[in-house]
Design a protein around this ligand. Sequence first.
Ligand code: NAD
Length: 423
Amino acid sequence: MSLFENTLKQIEKASKLMNLDQEIKEVLSHPQRKIQVSVPVRMDNGSLRIFNGFRVQHNNYLGPYKGGIRYHEQVDIEEVKALSAWMTLKCAVLGLPLGGGKGGIIVNPKILSENELERLTRKYTELISPVIGPETDVPAPDVNTNPQIMEWIADEYSKIAEKETPGVVTGKPLKKGGSKGRDTATAQGGYYILSEFVRENNLNPKDFKVVIQGFGNAGSVAAKLLVKDGYRLIGVFDSQGGLFYEQGINPDELLKCKAEKKTVKKCGVHIEKIHDIKGAVCREVTSEEFLEQKCDVLILAALENQITSENAERIQANVVLELANGPVTPEADEILAKKGVTVIPDILANAGGVTVSYFEMLQNKSGEYWPLEQVNEQLEQKMVVAWQEVKLNSEKYNCTLREAAFITALIHLEIKIREKGEF
Ligand code: NAD
């Protein structure tokens, strides 16, 4: 089953629960525009390579299409369609005046030189330039893309438009019109929601053992925020492997080690050294073992389809926080719900990224620069309001938080569509 079919299942389920108008459901089940591009790139050795790229614009009823660009060997159009639809729903849950889009290029950027990566990015920008722009479609970073790549896109687009147009992307470097707090926003938003959950249930962070899959932008920032609050980080996993350390991992030290060794998997000895505990048992684990470890919170911050009908039954976490998009399949969702595992769903939990992207757009328009405190204060406010609304809908419709998040999004979209009067 493709990732987009998973998305359709989720929309279908929520639509039934809330009795959504069939025509609205049908329209939201189809992206408005799908673009495929062939991107020729002159490699450093003089050869020519053609890369396949995509931009999918799912829906713009609430505002300009908005969504990241992913560079990954396994990205395909179905994945980008799913990610773009989730963006529409995510913006709707947060009440942002933005629609949903997403882009991707099939490439392993880690084996390209900096110059090759720049040429690839600039050519891709040229090819999608007719359909992007500050008022139409505003890309941002996603897996394997970063502020530098956003700067190249903004620069290339500005040349084509023959005027400085930094607002064509968000997630830019600060000196190029980026917002403070954008780099940490996804994890920060998820952290605010988890903190609310812990507070409302009278729980103590110090009793919480946390396991994180993915130690990139989202995962590593989440680790730092939670450990600072007293949560104990006992396991971390990245694309090459992972480790467990019951005594508690120091995320700052792990980041330093990862920068040197390229994967957390090789940081076991390092951790023993920094904690100064002789004979510390720092276990290396496989991906399967990792997800199935006993913990209080499992944070999924890597890629999609990590908890499926194959392993859902063996998940031992009490709470799953989805910083990644689509890490739990619809079949797994049902199994987890029956087991009583609380899943805080992606379209709510990782919406901090797009929310601060929206703040960046506001700052670019007004020429203001918000201090970090202001960004985080407003982010927290928006995340908490969305969380409250999702929880209310979960009670009202007697459903899971995911179903309630979808219902919340669909309610906002339905109101807008009715206001417009036609599709
Ligand atoms: P990133 O590239 O910075 O980090 C990805 C991490 O996942 C890396 O540590 C990588 O090693 C790990 N990983 C990759 N494949 C893995 C596998 N099979 N098993 C375990 N680990 C694996 O990306 P990111 O920006 O942190 O994004 C992570 C997730 O969060 C993605 O699903 C992305 O769509 C989602 N997300 C990101 C943002 C954002 O603003 N960056 C916003 C919303 C959602």
